[in-house]
Design a protein around this ligand. Structure first.
Ligand code: MRU
Length: 352
């Protein structure tokens, strides 16, 4: 396994700082950032220096631990108060991926469950919880990838959207994990990687990860998927997810829903790769999922030498969409492959 196969968020050797790969600079520069304040963590998540649902959760967990080290001499009440306010602040950096709030809730629970100990004794418990969130993700990605391999065969053409690889998680990835694991076992997939406008996670990150792993990958624009599907080049679509509702409706990077509609039309299986940390049973349907809207500059100016549209033109930039559960062939989790109806299969796999 090369070093690109490991995820982007971890603690430094002394356990004092959060280290992330600045994903906004990829694929041209691989720069590590050192983070030890809540403001820097907020900025890194909001500006997608660290991104991808599981990676955001892992970074937030390590990050709040690192930040809380400054309060070790305070009373429990003061520690608790600062922790709660910092948690809310970091949680407000991005709304759609449930992994962010879920990881922060787990960290806060450690504080709330240990009211009888001094803050200095809380810190190792917080560090251990963050490490647990991280190691659980590694295990989940590996198990998801194993299940994914049961759904495809050697030589298949796979369409990907956005980035659900090691950069977005901890190791292997969710949506890309099957491709990396398959590669290790001698499978030859051909991957059609779409750019993923407007922030180009497909071009900048997925193509980078797959190409460096020696996987046969061809970059296409988002609007070319139908062309290649019609040609019979695509045998399955693989995507990750940011929040899955109890009925299987799935929020993921904008454009995912369109790819699912096309796949249905052409009779191509559409698979969502989903660690249980991304399922939110409190959302009954996709309508309960909050969608992040981002700056129009990401569409009009960010990746162009000159603006690509008239300066004053109206522009709307939803960062995610919701794919209806009925368009999803299967949701691949670390416990197995869920099939429709998802109200039943997700419930039976994770709630029973
Ligand atoms: O805005 P991003 O880049 O954080 O969006 C990420 C995605 O939509 C990914 O597909 C999703 O988080 C799955 S990551 C395993």
């Amino acid at each position: 396994m090369n070093d690109l196969m490991t995820g982007s968020a971890h603690l430094d050797e002394k356990g004092e700082n959060l280290i992330i790969i600045d994903q906004t600079l990829l694929p041209n520069r691989r720069v590590l950032l050192t983070i030890n304040t809540a403001e820097a963590l907020y900025e890194a998540i909001a500006s997608l220096r660290v991104r991808g649902a599981p990676a955001i959760g892992i970074a937030a967990a390590y990050g709040i631990y690192v930040v809380s080290r400054a309060w070790e001499k305070e009373s429990y009440a003061s520690f608790c108060d600062k922790f709660g306010r910092t948690k809310e602040y970091i949680n407000s950096s991005r709304p759609t991926a449930v992994n962010l709030s879920a990881a922060l809730d787990r960290m806060e629970q450690v504080v709330l469950n240990n009211g009888r100990v001094e803050p200095v004794q809380l810190l190792p418990l917080l560090k251990a919880e963050a490490e647990k969130i991280h190691s659980e993700d590694i295990e989940m990605c590996r198990a998801i990838s194993e299940y994914g391999l049961t759904l495809v065969k050697d030589g298949d053409g796979i369409l990907t959207h956005c980035n659900a690889g090691p950069l977005a998680t901890s190791k292997y990835g969710t949506g890309l994990g099957t491709l990396f694991l398959g590669r290790e076992r001698g499978y030859e997939f051909h991957v059609w990687c779409d750019e993923t406008r407007p922030l180009l996670q497909g071009a900048r990150l997925t193509a980078y990860e797959l190409y460096n792993a020696g996987i046969d990958v061809t970059l296409i624009c988002d609007n070319m998927a139908s062309y290649f599907m019609k040609q019979g080049k695509i045998n399955a679509v693989f995507v990750g997810c940011d929040r899955v509702a109890a009925n299987g409706d799935t929020a993921n990077k904008i454009g995912t829903s369109g790819a699912a509609v096309l796949a249905k039309y052409y009779g191509i299986p559409f698979y969502v790769f989903c660690p249980s940390s991304t399922i939110d049973f409190s959302c009954v349907t996709g309508a309960d999922i909050s969608i992040e809207f981002r700056s129009p500059d990401e569409i009009k100016t960010m990746f162009f030498k000159e603006p690509s549209a008239p300066e004053g033109v109206k522009c709307c930039n939803p960062a995610f969409d919701v794919t209806d559960g009925e368009l999803i062939t299967a949701i691949v989790t670390e416990r197995g492959v869920c099939r429709p109806p998802y109200e039943k299969s997700l419930y039976e796999m994770f709630k029973k």
